[in-house]
Design a protein around this ligand. Structure first.
Ligand SMILES: *Cc1c(COP(=O)(O)O)cnc(C)c1O
Length: 384
């Protein structure tokens, strides 16, 4: 049986060229970037070139970019590091109900430790409206954290406008850009972003490496101790193979961004219109147009998302309920609930996230198999 991967928002297959770059970094450029000898200097050059590559792609200065162990650590560091370092400015954080748990759980930790947090609701498309951000900011607001693209539904938030509001009101702006980096243009200057989190494994790079951009002059509290690496913000010997692989993956994504956007938008639309014409009572979640190329989050009335996923897996189709953290649990998605979707419908929702593994053939196969399975599950539910 052929296997078809529709879960690119969970993770991706590492690009062969990235594997090569990482193998070189592990086997040839194996010095410690902190060592003064030639091996160390060579490793340092590769590390700084990798940093420059990524910084250039978001219009940042390389000195403003810190490598981390991934998106989760970058999100945690942004929230805790900013709130703690700027306690003299206030104790209030503004974020949204649809953030990734790397942000939501860090916000919860802050709340349990004496900070105040406001959670903005999205509109019915899962979009955070700039006016809502404006309303939530108070004189004690230190930081606003709003994700660029939501990982479950793909809706793109209006960061430019949100950035203007934050700048005007004197609040810092962080954005979890893990789902957008490498797929959509992202310019930290144009959008007035003070911090962003990015990750390699969502863009055909290795797992366990990401980065946090921190605008020059923004105060961030240190969270690791014991060395001088990453300007002491993130101590410990640097993950050089990870950084080199991340840079290579990011550059490749950037170079083919326009054509891949077009290709994935076409595939996404063909999948949705095809399913919608074959099946009654299905609904597309998220914004119809302001949406990441490649993401279709679909509710199938009358069935359980988990049951559908298992049946699809038996037929070689890998999809997801949206959030890796909540799979295995029967709880409905916090994102869909925040959008006002009723819990029963939310439970019958599946995310198909398309990427390089997908082509016309995989979409044809999904268009043949998904309706069969949905009809079977609905008939079983009806008879049972
Ligand atoms: C995957 C993801 C993360 C976590 O990134 P890791 O590198 O896996 O830690 C954070 N935010 C969003 C939106 C994500 O999709």
């Amino acid at each position: 049986m052929n296997k078809y991967y529709f879960d690119h928002s969970a993770t991706t297959r590492v690009d062969e060229r990235v594997v090569q770059a990482m193998a070189q970094a592990m086997h040839k450029t194996y010095g410690n970037p902190s060592s003064v000898h030639g091996f160390g200097r060579e490793a340092r050059v590769l590390l700084e070139e990798s940093r420059e590559t990524i910084a250039r792609l978001i219009n940042a200065d390389p000195a403003e970019l810190f490598f981390t162990s991934g998106g989760t650590e970058a999100d945690n560091t942004a929230l805790l590091g900013i709130m703690k370092a700027n306690r003299d400015r206030g104790d209030h954080l503004v974020t949204s109900k649809i953030e990734h748990h790397a942000v939501l759980d860090a916000a919860k930790y802050l709340e349990n430790n004496g900070y105040r947090v406001s959670y903005i609701s999205p509109d019915a498309y899962g979009m955070i409206q700039p006016e809502e951000v404006s309303r939530a900011i108070t004189p004690g607001t230190v930081l606003v954290s709003i994700m660029h693209v939501n990982n479950e539904i793909g809706t793109i938030n209006p960061l430019g406008e949100i950035g203007r509001i934050c700048r005007q009101k004197g609040a810092l702006l962080h954005s979890d850009a893990v789902q957008s980096f490498g797929k959509l243009p992202l310019d930290v200057q144009a959008a007035n972003l003070d911090l962003i989190s990015i990750s390699a494994h969502k863009i055909y790079g290795p797992k366990g490496v990401g980065a946090l951009y921190v605008r020059r002059g923004v105060k961030l509290e240190k969270r690791t101790f014991g060395g001088h690496q990453e300007r002491e913000f993130r101590t410990g010997t640097e993950n050089l193979p990870g950084a080199a692989g991340f840079a290579q993956a990011a550059q490749i994504c950037h170079d083919k961004m326009d054509s891949e956007t077009q290709r994935l938008t076409d595939l996404r639309e063909r999948l949705w219109t095809g399913l919608n014409s074959k099946l009654p009572d299905i609904h597309l979640n998220g914004h119809p147009t302001e949406r990441l190329p490649g993401i279709n989050n679909i509710s199938f009335a009358g069935i359980e998302g988990e049951a559908l996923l298992l049946s699809l897996d038996l037929k070689g189709i890998a999809a997801s309920t949206g959030s890796a953290c909540s799979s295995g649990q029967v709880n409905a998605s916090h994102v869909l609930l925040a959008m006002g979707i009723n819990p029963e419908i939310a439970q019958g929702s599946i995310r198909f996230s398309l990427g390089r593994e997908n082509d016309d053939e995989s979409v044809d196969y999904a268009l043949e198999i998904v309706p069969q399975i949905v009809e079977n599950l609905r008939a079983m539910a009806f008879n049972g």
